[in-house]
Design a protein around this ligand. Structure first.
Ligand SMILES: Cc1cc2nc3c(=O)[nH]c(=O)nc-3n(C[C@H](O)[C@H](O)[C@H](O)COP(=O)(O)OP(=O)(O)OC[C@H]3O[C@@H](n4cnc5c(N)ncnc54)[C@H](O)[C@@H]3O)c2cc1C
Ligand SMILES: NC(=O)c1ccc[n+]([C@@H]2O[C@H](COP(=O)([O-])OP(=O)(O)OC[C@H]3O[C@@H](n4cnc5c(N)ncnc54)[C@H](OP(=O)(O)O)[C@@H]3O)[C@@H](O)[C@H]2O)c1
Length: 364
């Protein structure tokens, strides 16, 4: 990790960061649009609390999922999920603690909603503290945990511009829960923010569906609110480095312009240099009513349709649950309004763009 810098300023509700990781000596290469897989470790303070609760010193030997002999402390730090409790853990507790017998019922397929409700905001330590009669040996305990998984992050740089380095834009996940005073956090985003000063284990996850257009003259529209801006920073670096002549239009959205305007100077410089042809922002909390990227798209509907008619590629990155769907609906509305089409005709028009692979998404 060579750079760990806050992008959010004073008064922000978020802690979103810019990271730069050196790839020197790693022989790793990436293309813009790819993601970086990061293998995190768990928070050592949480591991110590768990060891205490389990009555282990931490030095007890265990075998990791790949068959390596290690101590339970090391295994809990690097090998296992200690955030969400696994079904196997709940099953084991139901067998070991009479007050936890009801957990076996929650594991039935028809009780999925009740299980989710029971587990809401709870981690492994919470359930162990709730069912104290459930005792484990170190080997038995790790057997009921699932393997810690890497997380993916959209790459925010082009190697043509930054060389043997990779940049990320990461929202650090920290939150509180009603049932406990213990602060809660996401594993990998806090690993990057708080615990990654030494070597980091990473891999490149190729995203062939999310590359910049091969035709360097093609216009590109990029919609990336929040951390969704990451790949488009990379796209602009790539289009500048390759001397691509096609115009570029970025839609960025965040909460407040004063504290959440990520990469402001870079975008302004890209406008001055000409690589960023149009830049449209939507700060949702700068005014009473919410203004999101899709509202800005609708305001600029005629021009977006015009760009599409000229063969523009349309890219979306960021939140999958709401934003990407709302942006898709706005795009349909724009085609209906500015091409004078029925909803069915607009759908056919956008389906045709998708078929030509000119509508590309990377949402999570
Ligand atoms: C292709 C792809 C690209 C991605 N690119 C990026 C990117 O560029 N930048 C980025 O920041 N992320 C990106 N992500 C998301 C990223 O992979 C991680 O999911 C994210 O960083 C959270 O991981 P974590 O380990 O910090 O949190 P985890 O340990 O996985 O915890 C997250 C979980 O915490 C819980 N949680 C979170 N907030 C609350 C709350 N308020 N109340 C209760 N529970 C809560 C939820 O259960 C949530 O699922 C991308 C994902 C994909 C698939
Ligand atoms: N599962 C979910 O419900 C959900 C929702 C959002 C984000 N996330 C995840 O949280 C992480 C961090 O998110 P982030 O910091 O990158 O930013 P973000 O939460 O996506 O927010 C970026 C901007 O998008 C706005 N926004 C909210 N809903 C929107 C919508 N329906 N359409 C368009 N814009 C919308 C936000 O406004 P306001 O905050 O003012 O509403 C904010 O201005 C990501 O991993 C993301 O996937 C999950």
């Amino acid at each position: 990790m060579s750079v760990n810098q806050k992008l959010t300023g004073e008064g922000s509700n978020k802690d979103t960061r810019h990271f730069e990781i050196s790839l020197q000596g790693s022989d790793l290469h990436y293309e813009v649009g790819d993601s970086l897989g990061v293998f995190p470790t768990n928070n050592p303070e949480l591991v110590e609390l768990l060891l205490q609760e389990l009555g282990f010193s931490g030095n007890e030997p265990v075998t990791t999922p790949d068959g390596t002999a290690t101590t339970i402390r090391q295994a809990l730090l690097t090998n296992y999920i200690i955030s969400e409790p696994s079904k196997q853990l709940l099953q084991a507790i139901s067998e070991k603690d009479t007050s936890g017998q009801f957990l076996a019922n929650l594991l039935l397929p028809e009780e999925k909603a009740s299980l989710e409700n029971f587990l809401w905001g709870k981690d492994v330590l919470d359930v162990l503290q709730e069912f104290t009669a459930a005792k484990f040996s170190p080997e038995d305990f790790v057997k009921v945990l699932r393997k810690l998984q890497p997380r993916l992050y959209s790459i925010a740089s082009s190697q043509k511009s930054v060389g043997e380095s990779v940049h990320l834009t990461v929202a650090v996940v920290r939150y509180s829960v009603k049932h406990s005073e213990r602060a809660r956090e996401g594993v990998c985003s806090t690993y990057l923010a708080d615990r990654s000063d030494a070597k980091i284990s990473v891999f490149v996850h190729a995203a062939k569906h999310f590359r910049v257009p091969e035709n360097t003259d093609a216009p590109v529209i990029m919609v990336g609110p929040g951390t969704g801006i990451a790949p488009f920073r990379a796209f602009l670096q790539e289009r500048a480095a390759t001397g691509a002549k096609g115009p570029n239009w970025v839609f960025f959205g965040e909460q407040k312009s004063t504290s959440d305007f990520f990469y402001k100077e870079e975008f302004e410089a890209a406008q001055t240099s000409g690589v960023l042809t149009k830049f449209t922002t939507a700060f949702s909390r700068d005014q009473q009513e919410k203004i999101y990227v899709q509202h800005r798209m609708l305001e600029h509907g005629a021009e977006i349709y015009n760009w599409l008619e000229k063969g523009a590629y349309f890219y979306v990155c960021g939140d999958a649950k709401n934003m990407a769907k709302d942006v898709d609906a706005a795009l349909h509305k724009i085609v209906e309004t500015h091409a004078g089409m029925t909803p069915e005709q607009a759908k056919d028009y956008i389906d045709a763009i998708k078929k030509e692979k000119r509508y590309r998404k990377d949402v999570y």
